[in-house]
Design a protein around this ligand. Structure first.
Ligand SMILES: CC(C)(COP(=O)(O)OP(=O)(O)OC[C@H]1O[C@@H](n2cnc3c(N)ncnc32)[C@H](O)[C@@H]1OP(=O)(O)O)[C@@H](O)C(=O)NCCC(=O)NCCS
Length: 159
């Protein structure tokens, strides 16, 4: 459990990250997708996952960005790409298809923006995430190692 000050710090950090994303993304090209468990009747649920966010058991962000280092690896002339970040599913809801559903929704969001690919970074030791993305059709573009930074794997799915 986070103490009050740590929590406020993280909330402030999250807020400033979110503000940056909204500032640097073209209009309407940033979405936060959430997944909620289906209620038995099939209507929207109000069940609680114990986190204070009723119903939400997983989230992911999708944005359109023009990060130069990654652009240099893509087809010449590409000006930007859809990027998946901050994927997480509540521990007690894992292995029930929530993340796969979020990725499918992320793909739909990108397609609605007339984009034909999704990219993401994952740490090489994150075996569950690597398995998730591999299963969803993502392929490794490259492993990125930089001084003073954790090695990350860049993955891409095109359609
Ligand atoms: C990675 C994570 C998002 C997966 O969420 P999830 O809802 O459990 O994933 P799904 O149930 O949709 O799994 C879809 C497929 O991914 C693969 N997969 C997911 N978790 C796996 C695990 N722990 N081990 C092996 N394969 C796994 C499987 O192929 C799975 O299909 P299957 O269950 O039919 O075998 C979740 O474990 C999580 O939140 N981890 C902590 C945060 C994190 O690492 N985020 C990724 C940052 S890049």
């Amino acid at each position: 459990m986070l103490d009050g000050m740590t929590k406020r710090f993280f909330q402030a950090e999250v807020l400033s990250e979110m503000q940056k994303k909204l500032k640097y993304n073209p209009d309407d090209m940033f979405v936060l997708l959430v997944v909620e468990p289906a209620s038995p009747s099939g209507s929207s649920t109000s069940s609680s996952n114990g986190s204070g966010s009723p119903g939400v058991v997983g989230v992911v962000e999708v944005s359109y960005i023009g990060e130069r280092e990654t652009l240099s690896l893509l087809e010449p002339g590409t000006e930007g790409f859809c990027y998946v970040a901050s994927m997480v599913v509540a521990p007690s809801w894992r292995r029930r298809g929530a993340a796969a559903a979020l990725l499918a929704a992320a793909e739909e969001a990108a397609a609605a923006w007339d984009e034909r690919q999704l990219l993401l970074h994952v740490y090489p030791e994150n075996e569950s995430a690597l398995a998730l993305y591999g299963q969803a059709g993502f392929e490794v573009l490259r492993q990125q190692s930089k001084p003073f930074a954790k090695t990350r794997v860049l993955m891409r799915k095109g359609w």
